[in-house]
Design a protein around this ligand. Sequence first.
Ligand code: 6CS
Length: 318
Amino acid sequence: EEWKFAHEESDGDVQDIYAEEFKRMVEERTDGEVSVTIYTYGQLGNENDITELTANGAVQFSNASPGHLGSFVPEIQVLLIPYLLSENEEVNKKVLSNSEALYGELADDFQSKGLKLFDIYPEGEMVWTTKKEVREPEDLEGVKFRVMTSPLLVEAYDTFGADPVALPWGEVYSGLQLNTIDAQVNPIFFIESAKFYEVTDYLIWTGEQEYTTTVVANSDFWNGLSEERQDMLMDIRSELTDFIYEEQQKLNQASRENIKEEAPDIEYVELTAEEREAFAERAEQLDQFYIDEVGGNAEEVVEKLRSEIEKAEEEMGE
Ligand code: 6CS
């Protein structure tokens, strides 16, 4: 039996490391009865294509990041509201792996699209790469800022003061090179891997948000698995939580240094608490945008998630 697992990144990136470890565990625990074939970005299409292939059953598992899933499963865009997640990555790891708001309320919305929400994990803090220094919303005026394809991100970067442009990531490097876009945002491991630092001049930490991804399965496939197989997969999922968290940290830390070496002239900018606040204040209106756009139980989801994050922060002594 073959299971196909498609992800949105390149060889050696965070999603690839997760998929490789998933493959290793599945093949070992099924004594080779199941073999997992991994497809990297572009082999079966872009981010939106692989979600569609999973929903219709051509692929059994895939990464479907909220940044690109917003038109298909609008509810998941709660994870894109800037400054909503904690600044403490341990808190995010915990909430994303067992949140009731996400796995309870939102699971049905995935289900109605033919997807089983299997896992959610963080890939690291979002960093802006720009061609000019940006410290306040006014600096973003006229900046064509590439965002992922979910509608909430277009709204968010418009609110920040930029001119957002939604694109699949495969078009970002050439867009920056040809000046059809001026800026983009991603975790630093990805900025290194996709070489966006070659075509921008500043790396800016705004404290905005962590990049998150979901792993989904085709729901008919999932429902057709024996209970034993489902339990095996849920065990693998739990074991992968700490594994992928540590791997992404290592990768992100290394990239911070590697880029400095590769591009000594690039400027590293860390916004002060006060500077961050100007963006965070603008982001406050996005809860309402989310609630209005998504409808249904969106208000309950965002409130519940916020309280889960607060509670986890308290428990971890924040
Ligand atoms: O910027 C993007 O669209 C891509 N960024 C990451 C970190 N993973 C995949 C995603 O498509």
